[in-house]
Design a protein around this ligand. Structure first.
Ligand code: PEP
Ligand code: MG
Length: 691
């Protein structure tokens, strides 16, 4: 056995290309060759690129090399030459000097309050995520073969890329592909993936992602900035494998603590799979106040700016970024002066927040004249669940179940759904939860649509999807009915157009209930409600009301469909007018239909979470609101300070207006004269006056 100590002299440290050279040298010898940090730590196999990379050895690191075998002397000499040579790079490659990039500012629409300073994490449309499926024992061998075949394909592709690079760019550049090839041959990486498939009964895509993410996490913790950024090498390889396995799939990104998610658009299917614990903010090219990105950001309490047009194309992962939702500002590569200003602003806000009075209040909410208003919570992803009890919601008014559909193209099993709904039932407690059947299509298209639709908002959306794909709907209904034995659950049907939709859905639900009964499976009984969010449903609300147990008013879509304005398009954001008289009349008509039929009507669109709008809703007759949990305290404070009779008088006047501008002027004037202490001018809707 021979032992020697080497110092990493290459300016870039032992990064992927250098590590590839080490491995190439080490594998030429029969002897075993191990490396370890001189200050301690595990020794690693110098023939495994992954292990060499994991040494995270930056310039100046001392490594002990141990060779053992017939050609140990020669092996260690060769290795020594490589180290003293700076991996043949010191004269060629200089550590890239940090590039001073000019500050660039972008304007969008701030949809969730706050300022965040962080690093860009680009998410490519966020749709191509890896799904998890559970394999039967008999399927494991086939899956292992599938993985190995994909591996061979990925190697062939990469070898071709490497050869092209060597020819076009020179040998030195080709080394990076060498490193990737070595990763694809790395016993540890491949062994871990195969182990995950066999032990966890996981599909290969999932196993690759889990193992890849694990490595990326380890890599991202490396102290040296330059080396840390090389985590992209591992990710590249992971992605290549995923592509080889299943077409164009991308791995989930493990978010770093200061990640600002930058995307063209974030679809629910992407959002649901994201690890939001560390996300600081969201910035997207498209979107509006009621787009799901905005709803989620508000639910999580992180700042968000949407409608930034082609910002995504301009930002790079790792770029420094500031998101300030107040003015809808996004700043890339902030100058030291800008950075300083924002840092002090963040500090000030943190202090002022910490002295704010606590938000949690309990007990029924009553207006000054004693009208009781029920406040429920809308939830989508587990990160929001904590807010339900924290903000004193009386049950879950809307669970957007389509957020479960995150597994690119693969439906969540009935059992997995059952577990999710049972958790929701438990979370909601005695007040119960309303589970909306998958509202796929439109903004929520995800991967379920066989082919893109020409006009998704008017396409196979909401209940239409379930009525056409009966097996999917039946499985969901069964899961909800089974979970209803664990707590109080109701079902709401998304985007019904008329009584016909309700009858078809009800028949299916009743059939599933009697099937469970016959099978002797534990289940509960559920109420069935209809989302009222398209004009045809409003106009026939009286007839729908006699066929359901409750209404849910989806004001986001109601505005979109009444005004024919795409809710997720920033181009027409100026036409998305919640206070349009036609919208107010629709709400009024729907609430009246519910009252006459003696059924509850819950307003669950974003309108309910905006204090001034909530007052108008009460004025129009609403007594049951459901909103993002974090909005409950501010809506509560506002409603507790008003007299519902005043609200009614103002709402009645609004119904007579001809344009949204007229309504907004009226609201400003009346609210100011009655409740200036509750509604400062800046909290009231701003008329556009013809724009
Ligand atoms: C709505 O349309 O108002 C609603 C509550 O549902 P979503 O925003 O999910 O369409
Ligand atoms: Mg809707």
């Amino acid at each position: 056995m021979v032992e020697r100590t080497f110092t990493v002299t290459g300016q870039l440290g032992l990064h992927a290309r250098a590590a590839a050279k080490v491995v190439r040298v080490a594998t030429c010898f029969e002897s075993s060759l191990r490396l370890e940090r001189k200050e301690g730590g595990r020794s690693v196999d110098a023939k495994s690129i992954l292990s060499v990379l994991m040494l995270a050895a930056s310039c100046g690191t001392e490594l002990r090399a141990i060779a053992e075998g017939p050609d140990e002397e020669k092996a260690i000499d060769e290795l020594g030459r490589l180290f003293s040579d700076g991996f043949g790079e010191s004269s060629v490659v200089a550590r890239p000097a940090p590039i001073e990039r000019p500050e660039v500012r972008w304007k969008g629409l701030g949809v969730s309050e706050g300022i965040a300073i962080g690093r860009v994490l680009r998410m490519h449309n966020g749709t191509k995520y890896v799904y998890r499926s559970r394999l039967e024992a008999a399927e494991i061998d086939r899956e292992l073969r599938r993985f190995r075949a994909a591996l061979r394909l990925a190697r062939r592709q990469l070898t071709a890329v490497r050869e092209r690079a060597a020819k076009d760019l020179g040998q030195d550049h080709a080394y990076v592909f060498d490193a990737h090839l070595l990763l694809l041959e790395d016993e540890k990486l491949l062994g871990d993936v195969e182990k995950h498939i066999s032990q966890e009964h996981a599909n290969a895509e999932w196993a690759v992602r889990v193992v890849g993410d694990h490595l990326i996490t380890i890599y991202s913790e490396i102290e040296d900035n330059y080396l840390r950024e090389r985590e992209s090498d591992i990710e590249d390889v992971v992605q290549r494998l995923l592509v080889a396995l299943s077409g164009e799939r991308r791995p989930r990104r493990k978010l770093s603590r200061d990640a600002v998610i930058v995307s063209q658009d974030l679809l629910p299917s992407a959002v649901a799979e994201m690890d939001f614990d560390h996300a600081r903010a969201i910035a997207t090219d498209t979107g509006g106040w009621t787009s799901h990105t905005a709803i989620i950001a508000r639910g999580l309490g992180i700042p968000a700016v949407v409608g930034l047009r082609d910002f995504f194309r301009r930002a790079r992962t790792g770029d420094q970024i500031i998101v300030d939702s107040l003015g809808g500002d996004v700043i890339l590569h902030p100058s030291p002066k800008t950075l300083e200003r924002y840092l002090s602003e963040v500090g000030k806000r943190a202090t002022s927040r910490s002295v704010e009075t606590p938000l949690e209040e309990d007990g029924p909410l009553r207006t000054v004249d004693g009208l009781e208003i029920r406040m429920r919570a809308n939830v989508e992803v587990p990160a929001e669940f904590g807010g339900v009890s924290k903000y004193g919601a009386r049950g879950i008014g809307l669970y957007r179940s389509e957020f479960l559909l995150s597994r690119g193209g693969v439906m969540v099993s009935e059992d997995d759904q059952y577990a999710a709904y049972a958790e929701i039932a438990k979370l909601a407690g005695d007040d119960g939860a309303i589970v909306r059947l998958f509202d796929v299509g439109g903004e929520n298209a995800g991967d379920l649509m066989a082919e893109p639709e020409r006009n998704p908002a008017l396409g196979l959306r909401g209940i239409r999807f379930g009525l056409l794909h009966k097996e999917i709907m039946r499985a969901q209904v069964r899961a909800i009915l089974r979970a209803a034995s664990e707590g109080r659950l109701d079902i709401v049907l998304p985007m019904v157009a008329d009584v016909g939709d309700v009858r078809s859905a009800r028949a299916m639900i009743e059939e599933e209930e009697s099937r469970l009964e016959k099978q002797g499976l534990r289940h509960g009984h559920v109420g069935i409600g209809a989302m009222i969010e398209v004009p045809s449903a409003v106009l026939t609300a009286d007839r729908i009301a006699s066929n359901v147990d409750f209404f849910e008013l989806g004001t986001n879509d109601l505005v979109q469909y009444t005004l024919a304005v795409d809710r997720s398009s920033d181009h027409v954001a100026a036409w998305f007018r919640t206070l349009h008289p036609s919208v107010l009349s629709s709400i009024y008509q729907t609430l009246n239909a519910a009252r006459q039929a003696g059924i509850p009507a819950i307003v669950c669109g974003e309108m309910a979470s905006t204090p001034a709008y909530a007052v108008l809703l009460v004025g129009l007759g609403a007594v049951d609101l459901s909103m993002t949990p974090a909005s409950i305290p501010k809506v509560r404070r506002s409603l507790a300070g008003i007299d519902s009779r005043d609200a009614k008088a103002i709402a009645t006047e609004c119904l007579e207006c001809a344009t949204p501008d007229e309504v907004e002027h009226l609201v400003r004037e009346r609210f100011q004269s009655r409740w200036a202490h509750i509604f400062p001018l800046e909290s009231l809707p701003q008329p556009r006056d013809g724009m």
